[in-house]
Design a protein around this ligand. Structure first.
Ligand code: RP5
Length: 169
């Protein structure tokens, strides 16, 4: 029985605040998901079991958030053929350590990597993947993108007014 489309794994409870925007986006788009804290280093056997159980529940895309020597997304990818999106968490090294640990995967085991602390983008990328075979979700995404464009147009009008830029001839 299918229960989830997306599974979010956080490497530590300290990553939870960075998962919140991802969770909000998935909820906003009505995407069924689950989330858990599990570490590639501190609880490796549990992680393998968690990935297997998420797949049994129908998970199509994984999102993994981790910081420092951020092996979590890569280890998730080692245990599944489903797409894995990694979110590098900010660190005293500005998240560069996390970013490189997630992005520099060996050939054969890719992890799609978003920006440092970019949980929202991870969820949107997951939604874009799911929308490839879900027309309702694709429509919601198109509406979302149109709203982004409308907001820029509003900013343009307000900024031009504020700066007293003359109207175009
Ligand atoms: C990583 O180490 C976690 O993903 C977290 O970002 C970082 C620090 O973990 P804690 O020491 O806060 O548990 O494994």
């Amino acid at each position: 029985m299918k229960t989830i489309d997306v599974f979010i794994v956080m490497g530590s409870a300290s990553d939870a605040s960075k998962a919140e925007p991802a969770i909000a986006a998935l909820k906003g788009f009505g995407v069924p998901f689950d989330a858990a804290v599990c570490s590639a280093h501190r609880s490796p056997k549990k992680l393998a079991a968690l990935v297997a159980s998420a797949e049994k529940r129908g998970c199509l895309v994984f999102i993994a958030l981790a910081g420092k020597a951020a092996h979590l997304p890569g280890v998730v990818a080692a245990h599944t053929a489903k797409p894995v999106i990694g979110v590098p968490i900010d660190t005293p090294m500005m998240g560069l350590d996390s970013l490189l640990s997630i992005a520099q995967m060996p050939p054969g085991v890719p992890v799609a990597t978003v920006g440092v602390d970019a949980g929202k983008n991870a969820a949107l990328l997951a939604i874009q993947m799911l929308a490839l075979s879900d027309a309702k979700l694709a429509k919601k995404l198109a509406d979302y993108k149109a709203a982004l464009g409308a907001d820029v147009a509003k900013q343009n009008a307000e900024t031009r007014k504020k700066l007293r830029i003359p109207k175009l001839p």
